[in-house]
Design a binder for this molecule. Structure first.
Ligand code: ZN
Length: 78
């Protein structure tokens, strides 16, 4: 492993660390459901981006419910 040629002073270490602070992520509001969202990202609450339904969350939920119903019925028939 490489060894540093010179000791880093406390000051130079702290000067470098001055830029390490984290900042809170900026959020905007979803125009459809008013949920807080990250800018330029699909809304995770309603699945819309720029006025278009891109995640089809409603259809997905309906399909999952149908699948669950079918599975429950199969379980009951056993
Ligand atoms: Zn939304």
């Amino acid at each position: 492993m490489g060894l540093p040629a010179k000791r880093r002073t406390k000051q130079s270490k702290r000067e470098r660390a001055a830029h390490f602070a984290l900042t809170a992520a900026s959020t905007t509001q979803c125009p459809k459901c008013k949920h807080a969202i990250l800018p330029h990202r699909v809304c995770q609450n309603c699945g819309y981006y720029r006025g278009k339904d891109v995640l089809h969350l409603k259809e997905r939920d309906e399909r999952a419910a149908k699948r669950k119903k079918r599975k429950d019925k199969q379980e009951a028939d056993k």
